[in-house]
Ligand binder design. Structure first.
Ligand SMILES: Cc1cc2nc3c(=O)[nH]c(=O)nc-3n(C[C@H](O)[C@H](O)[C@H](O)COP(=O)(O)OP(=O)(O)OC[C@H]3O[C@@H](n4cnc5c(N)ncnc54)[C@H](O)[C@@H]3O)c2cc1C
Length: 482
């Protein structure tokens, strides 16, 4: 059996390693000259940046993959649990930290936001219960509707409560009666590129992953994760071909043909780690999908900043004034928000070699709609000015003249660099129960030898879910071959 995987993102390499470990011959074709896809890396002028993901959750899933392949994960990568996960900033001078354990976080909410600790812990218990069942229903395996699935799904509905399937996350969270805490909880919708004003209330369980299971940081930076997966693949005999952009896929009756500009490949099975909709284009299908089904995209500024900021932590959020308006602008008006929430990640807070001494590497991100349009220089300037003004208002520092290195990621650049359709971060958004249930499956409905892995298909976006989609799909194929 020879299998080709297009794309060396986290899902593609997790799939390749699992297959190779069971004796299957696997080749990975990658358009870029290095692995990682969205989880890429920039090293320039003494600064180092992770280009995409910055927060690691479920690091044990990464460990499990290495262990299942008979390897010690610590020979490949390591990580630390964060004591301080995220610092949330509100009006000037006011901030609150989400810490490494729920009790201390609840104490912080009581001290800084005036939210009764017992009330918050009670509110949170519900999501912990729902999360426990959801993991079994939605994250394990292939969403196959069998007896076990139905049994778990019935249990899930009874714990979630029917109303939380149809009520939005934001409307549920109003019961917290604290606008600042509501924003903190509503923000978890963005982990699936969705709007808290539309995604169902049960998605509040996403908070459990970060607030209970914890936030982690891979030592040396997030890029060490794809590099560790690449080493694992190489140790298991996976072959990589870089600078190999696939331009066309032909699924024929008894064979498969895939073409780069130079070569033709004929695997027995094909796995696409490329965004689901981009893969449909490679198959020659004219996707009629409107961009309104897609999750958010992002504009990211990678700034080398010639100063250090004690007020900032590894992960920082500067909330917009009107969170509801921000999401309405993104999803209803399809515009870049006028007053966006700003996320600042500074990995040099932990890995001091990510910036020259006395400087910091700022990854500054805002959410924007996935889009065809190129973002003009003028729009970029407006956003940059806005961020600089916001930072000034919060910290009394004008960073404009402190920025000595800059690179910018736009939806269009992300599309070109990683194939992510119109720059969407996670494939389809999850703004309704319908869109959640309609998530694309790991096996093509028509072509049984074509599979999909990665953050745009089941079980979902983000590094751990992309990894799991690769492992689940590989195991499905291994069972089929047997
Ligand atoms: C700005 C940003 C912030 C994020 N933040 C987080 C976070 O904090 N935590 C988290 O867990 N996740 C985060 N994510 C999401 C996470 O990065 C992704 O879900 C995950 O990395 C996706 O992996 P994947 O397996 O889908 O592959 P991708 O990363 O999508 O990789 C696909 C690969 O396919 C290759 N490819 C595409 N087209 C072709 C072709 N035609 N021929 C050959 N190769 C091709 C690409 O070059 C790429 O290497 C973030 C993403 C972004 C962009």
């Amino acid at each position: 059996m020879n299998i080709i995987i297009i794309g060396s993102g986290i899902g593609g390499m997790a799939c390749a390693a699992t297959l190779a470990n069971s004796g299957v011959k696997v080749k990975v074709l990658e358009q870029n000259n290095d692995v990682g896809g969205k989880a890429g890396n920039i090293q320039q002028n003494g600064y180092e940046f992770d280009t995409g993901p910055s927060l690691l959750t479920y690091p044990n899933w990464f460990d499990d993959l290495f262990i299942s392949c008979g390897k010690n994960p610590r020979d490949y990568f390591d990580y630390i649990k964060l004591d301080n996960v995220t610092r949330y900033f509100f009006e000037k001078g006011k901030h609150v930290d989400v810490l490494g354990d729920l009790e201390s976080t609840a104490e912080n909410f009581e001290k800084e936001l005036g939210v009764e600790k017992t009330m918050f812990l009670k509110y949170f218990k519900k999501w912990e219960n729902i999360y426990e069942i959801s993991e079994k229903v939605f994250l394990e395996g292939d969403l196959k509707i069998d007896f076990n699935f139905i049994k778990n799904a019935v249990k899930w509905v009874s714990v979630s409560g029917l109303s939380n399937i149809f009520k939005s996350m934001a409307s549920y969270n109003k019961r917290l009666q604290n606008p600042e805490l509501e924003k903190i909880m509503n923000r978890f919708a963005t982990y699936t590129g969705s709007s808290p004003y539309e995604t169902p209330a049960f998605m509040n369980q996403l908070a459990v992953v970060e607030m209970v299971l914890g936030g982690f940081y891979p030592k040396g930076g997030v890029f060490n994760l794809p590099k560790a997966l690449e080493s694992l693949c190489l140790d298991l005999g996976v072959e990589f071909e870089f600078n190999c952009k696939i331009e066309k896929i032909n699924m024929l009756k008894n064979s498969i043909e895939i073409f780069s500009s130079q070569k033709k490949f004929s695997p027995q099975k094909l796995i696409s780690n490329v965004d689901y909709y981009t893969t449909q284009h490679l198959l020659g299908k004219k996707s009629r999908k409107s961009r309104t089904v897609l999750s958010t995209s992002a504009i990211v500024f990678y700034w080398g900043v010639k100063s250090e900021f004690n007020q900032l932590k590894l992960h920082n959020i500067l909330f917009s004034e009107d969170y509801k308006k921000e999401f309405s602008e993104i999803f209803n008006d399809e515009n870049i928000p006028k007053d966006p929430t700003i996320y600042i990640n500074i990995s040099s807070k932990i890995d001091s070699n990510h910036a020259p001494k006395g400087s910091e590497n700022w990854f500054v991100m805002i959410n924007v709609p996935a889009q065809k349009n190129l973002i003009s220089d003028n729009q970029i300037k407006l956003i940059k000015d806005l961020i600089i003004k916001n930072v000034y208002n919060k910290f009394d520092v004008n960073i404009e003249n402190l920025i000595e290195f800059e690179e910018i990621l736009t939806p269009n650049k992300l599309f070109k660099k990683t194939g992510s359709y119109l720059g969407s971060l996670y494939g389809n958004h999850q703004n309704s129960i319908y869109s959640i249930m309609k998530r694309k499956k790991n096996q093509d409905q028509k072509f049984k030898d074509l599979y999909y892995v990665g953050g745009t298909v089941h079980p979902g976006g983000g590094m751990p879910l992309a990894l799991r989609s690769g492992v689940n799909t590989a195991n499905k194929i291994i069972n089929e071959i047997r």
